[in-house]
Structures are given as C-alpha cells and as structure tokens.
Ligand binder design. Structure first.
Ligand code: DX5
Ligand code: ZN
Length: 239
C-alpha cells in the first residue's frame, strides 16, 4: 500500500537559512524535503526556444533560476532527510552525478526533456543510488509516462504537475486530477506526487484522486502554524 509523504517545497523557504528551515519543517512532521532545481532563460526568448524544442541546447526548461548541486551538498551536511529533487532543466543527465555526489535522495526528471534517453537516465539515476521519478507538465498527456512506469527498469514515482513549473504560489489546476485518477487505477502501488497549489483547500480533491506524495510550498511556509497544515495534509491522504 502507498504511504503518505508530505514534502514541503523549500523553494518557499528562506534560502539564507536553509538548514534551519529544513529542521523546522522536519520537526513539524515533514517526511521529505522537496528541492526545486531550475535554470533560467530570458522570458522573451521562450517563444523562439519553444519552436526549437529538443533541438536547441541553449534552451532552458523554466523561466526561473533556483538552486543546484552545491546547495544540495551544503544542506546534506545538516540533515539526513530524504531530499526529493525535482529537475526542471533541459539536460537532466548532466546532473545525475553531481546531485548523487551532493547527497540527493530522489531524482525526478521531466518526460518532456527526456523523450529519447529516459532508459539511460533511469539506469544512471539508480546506479548512482538515487530513486528515479518522472514528472509531466500540465499540457503533457498522461500516456507519455506509461512506458517509463512499465519499463523493465522503471521509475518509482510519477510527479503530476498541478501548475506550470517555474514558481511557487500559483493556483492549483483541478483538471490535472484526471491524470492522477488514471495513474492510481492503473498502478495501485505507485508513488504519485502532486506539486503546485496544494494546501488545505485543495488536498481533498488530490488525495481522493489517489495522490500520496504531497508537495506544498506557500501553503506550508505561509501558514502561522505549518505543523497544522502538514498534519492536515497527511490526514487527508491517510483517509
Ligand atoms: C513549481 C515547483 C513547486 C513549487 C510549489 O515549479 O515545482 O515545487 O515550489 O509551490 P506551491 O506549493 O506554492 O505551489
Ligand atoms: Zn517541484
């Protein structure tokens, strides 16, 4: 049976105090720490690079810049917690070794960036001692992840994006719950993670659709009592 994993997104934390923010969340009952790894591009170039999707090595995946392996390495010195890394980069293969050395636990790449090399990617993630996951953007059909879940050497988690990746604090997209329901029906014991706009007002629909790993940034960090939000999220999944 699947177990709930509540994963505060450290993107909403005070990066200048990352270790104490992490300890605070773990003391509040967090299971995992969700680490959003993004590389930026000037947003005016997006249209151009979209046309060249998967052809142009200068293209980046999201219009934001966050953290990379050096920050994971620093945080790892302060905690043994499961670091759930979400790679919003065009070349996830390039980050397998640096992130493994830095101490990452989970390595979730995007299916949109890895259409041709996902087998190699999964193999390398596992051989580096990390747990592989695959994510998909709101516009990507759920069928695209089926081969990765059914492969001989499969991913162990699917992360269904419930906002466009790039920023915390966006509005949850309830339409994405169809993807979660389809996955849960097909794969009863798969870890299914949802990310974007999760909080007390959206957890019920996500949990009843079948999500068990819950990423929550602004709703947890912005709450007067984050521990209450974390336990509410957990109770909804456990129901
Ligand atoms: C968005 C990131 C999320 C983000 C979630 O691209 O993948 O992890 O931090 O933040 P909230 O929970 O505020 O939507
Ligand atoms: Zn994320």
């Amino acid at each position: 049976a699947v177990t709930p994993k509540i994963a505060p997104s450290m993107l909403s934390s005070d990066f200048a105090n990352l270790a104490s923010e992490a300890h605070r969340m773990l003391n509040f009952g967090a299971d995992w720490l969700h680490m959003d790894i993004m590389i930026a591009i000037a947003s005016k170039l997006n249209g151009f690079f979209k046309l060249h999707f998967n052809k142009n090595s200068l293209r980046h995946f999201v219009p934001n810049l966050t953290i990379g392996a050096p920050v994971i390495e620093s945080l790892r010195k302060h905690t043994k917690a499961y670091l759930d890394c979400h790679l919003m980069v065009t070349n996830p293969l390039d980050y397998v070794e640096p992130l493994a050395k830095a101490g990452a636990s989970g390595f979730t790449f995007h299916v949109e960036t890895s259409k041709n090399d996902w087998k190699e990617l999964i193999q390398r993630i596992k051989s580096h001692g990390m747990r592989p996951g695959v994510s998909l953007k709101p516009g990507t059909p759920i069928e695209e992840v089926f081969p990765l879940v059914e492969a001989e050497n499969p991913v162990e988690m699917v992360l269904v994006m419930t906002v466009e990746p790039g920023f915390g604090g966006q509005k949850f997209m309830p339409e994405m719950m169809d993807k979660v329901r389809i996955l849960r029906k097909k794969y009863p014991s798969l870890d299914i993670e949802v990310d974007g706009g999760l909080g007390p007002s959206t957890i019920e629909v996500a949990a009843s659709a079948g999500a068990n790993c819950i990423v929550a940034g602004s709703s947890v960090f912005g709450a007067p009592e984050p521990a209450q939000v974390i336990s509410l999220l957990r109770n909804s999944v456990e129901k």
